[in-house]
Write a protein that binds this ligand. Structure first.
Ligand code: TYD
Length: 214
């Protein structure tokens, strides 16, 4: 069976990492051993970029600098992890990919960076390559924020640079994800993430079965 590229997207605290893990376990039970990865930070070099991006003052980079850093991480991630795995016919599940850049750096920042910059960077970095399926976990920002801050309590290095932004930022990025999904319905599926873990997982399985036949 040939490889597939599945991406998970959503606002902070939407429960992506839990759902990625559960989907991976399901695929394993079907004899598919997926490669689990993430952005930012899916490679050792990317981990250094991640530290720069997710910690510290919320205004330390402007929107364009941030896009360039995310795209540097993405290029390295595609070259070193995603493309080699797909070439070897493996399935790859990534916790975030390019829709996050559009949602956070474009919609979140109230379109301070021109969309043509993002589209141009995508083309340079990934060409015509796209995920086979993108699952967008949709949640009210207030609920997501509460979950994120609770999780940060248990972290050694607190990754709260984006969480510390105004609620308007989170509303914007939620709207961004929904607009991306409406624009590309053949690739994206929106799932209500304000439900218990098992309910969300079952919906994801239904989509994966419908769209990818597993
Ligand atoms: P992530 O590890 O998914 O954090 P969380 O589990 O809190 O959702 O992502 C780290 C942060 O990076 C998250 O706040 C979103 C942000 N991000 C962007 O702003 N642009 C991007 O292109 C990506 C991939 C992530």
């Amino acid at each position: 069976m040939s490889g597939r590229f599945i991406t998970f997207e959503g606002g902070d605290g939407c429960g992506k990492s839990t759902q990625v893990k559960l989907l991976a376990e399901y695929l394993q039970s079907k004899g598919i051993m997926p490669v689990l990865t993430k952005e930012p930070g899916g490679t050792p070099e990317g981990q250094v970029l991640r530290q720069l991006l997710v910690t510290g003052d919320k205004d330390k980079f402007d929107a364009i600098s941030e896009c360039l850093l995310y795209y540097a991480d993405r290029r390295n991630h595609l070259n070193k992890v995603v493309w080699p795995a797909l070439k070897a016919d493996k399935w790859v599940i990534s916790d975030r990919y390019a829709d996050s850049t559009e949602a956070y750096q474009y919609y979140g920042y109230d379109k301070r960076v021109d969309i043509s910059v993002l589209n141009g960077l995508y083309k340079i970095v990934a060409g015509d390559f796209k995920p086979d399926l993108t699952i967008i976990l949709d949640i009210e920002p207030e609920v997501g924020m509460r979950r994120s801050f609770a999780k940060a309590e248990t972290m050694e290095v607190k990754e709260l640079r984006f969480e510390s932004r105004q609620m308007e930022f989170h509303q914007n990025l939620r709207r961004g994800f929904l607009e991306i999904a409406a624009r590309e319905p053949e690739r994206c599926v929106v799932i209500n993430a304000d439900a218990d873990i098992e309910t969300v997982h079952r919906q994801i399985l239904r989509i994966v079965e419908e769209r990818l036949g597993v």
